[in-house]
Design a binder for this molecule. Structure first.
Ligand SMILES: [Zn+2]
Length: 352
């Protein structure tokens, strides 16, 4: 027993000493660190990252920032301020792109690109609109159906006296579409170079005959809301017979689209004089029947709508026109242009 007690006592004492030394060392260390901290001048707070940008945008959280401003001018000012703030914070700004109602830029933050979208709301009346009229319909019901099935509301214009004139008109009406009568009129160079088809409006016909031909054509295409001219580069230069035509349209509450097959057309003015709501064609899309040419013309139509607020494009029921319009359907919206039925472009009469 004693032997065991004697052996245990020195060992315990040794551990106490080791513990004390360790405590001393720790205390000295802590004192040293405390002293160092106290003797150092208080370190300035580390600069918060991207102060200028955060002043402008708030915390740079989420995958992107979206800012809403009143209009395009305010958006341009905001993007200028954003560029200045980014320069102060040393952040590169890249990839600026402008749309009709937004400007997008990218801040190249260390953690990755951070898109900033500056949007402004357009009053709906100001949103650029485009009508796409498809002329010369009435020969082929399936083709008409394919055009009506496009994801954009094209406006069919139907020739009278064809096998499917009434069928196409009824099909379009059943789908809630506005239908035009594509009224045949005398072209220059008739009959050698161009033939508008039977019962066309010809220069030199007496008034009663012109009026009768208009009525007859309207009966052949049921349920139309308006009329545009098929060919007619000669007839639409003549004010007097046009006045008879417009009088017939006015008495039925129809509107008129001047296809503008001649630069000297006076049909638009004749319609206005008769109190017929009137529009003019801006772009023919498929005079050249290739996807490239039609794409170029659609770009022109979109540019026109963006510039003036509205545009009227006219095409024909060709397969390449159908396929190009199908390919383009999502691009109108991306360009900031809404495709609308032709009727939506009519000037709204004050008071009704
Ligand atoms: Zn035509």
């Amino acid at each position: 027993m004693p032997r065991r007690a004697e052996r245990k006592a020195p060992r315990t004492r040794r551990w106490v000493w080791v513990g004390a030394w360790l405590a001393c060392i720790a205390l000295v260390g802590l004192a040293y660190l405390a002293g160092r901290r106290a003797s150092r001048p208080p370190a300035p707070a580390p600069p918060p990252a991207f102060t200028a940008l955060q002043d402008l945008l708030g915390p740079l959280e989420g995958p992107s920032a979206e800012i809403r401003v009143a209009d395009a001018a305010a958006a341009a000012v905001f993007v200028d301020e954003l560029r200045q703030a980014a320069r102060r914070d040393g952040v590169p700004v890249t990839g600026e792109s402008r749309g009709p109602s937004r400007i997008r830029v990218r801040l190249d933050l260390p953690g990755g690109p951070y898109p900033v979208v500056v949007r402004w709301a357009r009053p709906p009346a100001e949103a650029p609109r485009l009508a796409v009229v498809i002329d010369d319909m009435g020969r082929n019901l399936e083709r008409a159906r394919a055009f009506l099935d496009l994801p954009i509301p094209v406006t069919p214009s139907v020739l009278p006296y064809l096998k499917h004139s009434a069928g196409v008109a009824r099909l379009a009406t059943a789908r809630g579409r506005v239908v035009l009568l594509h009224l045949p009129m005398e072209p220059r160079g008739y009959p050698r170079r161009a033939d508008p088809g039977p019962h066309a409006l010809m220069v030199g016909l007496p008034e009663a005959e012109v009026r009768a031909r208009v009525r007859q054509a309207l009966e052949s295409v049921p349920g139309v809301s308006g009329v545009n001219n098929h060919m007619g580069s000669r007839f639409t230069e003549q004010s007097e017979p046009l006045a008879w035509v417009m009088d017939e349209l006015a008495s039925r509450g129809l509107f008129f689209l001047d296809s503008l097959t001649t630069a000297r057309s006076v049909a638009f003015e004749a319609a206005r004089r008769a109190g017929v709501p009137a529009l003019r064609r801006d772009v023919f899309i498929d005079n050249e029947r290739t996807a490239e040419a039609i794409g170029r013309q659609l770009e022109r139509a979109v540019a026109r709508a963006l510039r003036t607020g509205r545009a009227v494009a006219i095409g024909h029921p060709y397969p390449v026109t159908l396929e190009t319009l199908r390919a383009w359907a999502p691009r109108f919206g991306e360009a900031g242009v809404r495709v609308v039925p032709l009727e939506a472009l009519l000037p709204t009469k004050p008071g009704g």
